[in-house]
Ligand binder design. Structure first.
Ligand SMILES: Nc1nc2c(ncn2[C@@H]2O[C@H](COP(=O)(O)OP(=O)(O)OP(=O)(O)O)[C@@H](O)[C@H]2O)c(=O)[nH]1
Ligand SMILES: [Mg+2]
Length: 197
């Protein structure tokens, strides 16, 4: 039977940036203007196919309020990637990104892929964060940037799927690396035996 791959992805960002809306758009292809504020932590699973392989994404949605923020941190462990969301119509949410990422990187490996989703791109009249500022920030930190809207659905699926693809590719590379290390360890042991004889 074909193997399933499961990856844990964290969705981080300030209150009301649209974390839950993006998840619901990606998983169920709907948008609810009157969505409730999240409390605590929840996750939605989403099954996708990457190059013919079955991949299950466990998408962890976090509540951004201070009270939940410290509790949620204990669930960051084991994450394979991070979706960092900010609201283009609220520059404060852009300035908060480094603190979210520092917090996550205290717990998960620094080499995990981080995708920045500039949400609410439908609010063209209200954009507060200059495009070149976002691009420069993401480029200098090596974060992958997607301009998205949970409301219209623009680029949402593309962003999540690309992150899954990057994680899956790294996973394959890591297992290949492990395999080649095992082989070379065995060769070394064999050579030692050979020398001793
Ligand atoms: N115009 C517009 N509104 C959006 C978009 N995404 C989310 N919203 C609205 O923004 C508000 C907050 O959305 P949520 O998805 O609850 O945001 P959140 O980041 O999960 O918020 P917390 O759970 O409080 O941390 C809601 O009123 C949404 O309808 C978008 O792409 N465009
Ligand atoms: Mg929420």
């Amino acid at each position: 039977m074909a193997e399933d791959f499961t990856y844990k992805i964290l969705i981080l960002g300030d209150m009301s940036v649209g974390k839950t809306s993006l998840l619901v758009r990606f998983c169920r292809n709907v948008f609810n203007q009157n969505i409730m504020q999240s409390s605590g932590l929840s996750f939605l699973p989403k099954e996708i196919s990457i190059d013919g392989e079955n991949v299950i994404l466990a998408l962890w949605d976090t509540a951004a309020t201070e009270a939940f923020r410290s509790i949620n941190k204990s669930y960051y462990r084991g994450a394979h990637g991070v979706i960092m969301v900010f609201d283009q119509s609220n520059i404060k949410t852009f300035y908060s990104i480094p603190s979210w990422i520092t917090e996550a990187q205290d717990i998960i490996n620094i080499d995990k892929p981080i995708f920045v989703l500039a949400n609410k791109c439908d609010l063209t009249e209200k954009v507060e964060v200059p495009k070149d500022m976002i691009e420069e920030f993401c480029f200098s930190n090596q974060y992958t940037l997607f301009n998205v809207s949970a409301k219209t659905g623009f680029n949402v699926s593309a962003a999540f799927t690309e992150l899954a693809r990057v994680i899956h590719k790294n996973k394959s590379k890591n297992s290949q690396l492990k395999l080649s290390m095992t082989i070379s360890e065995n060769i070394t042991e064999d050579q030692e035996d050979f020398c001793k004889c």
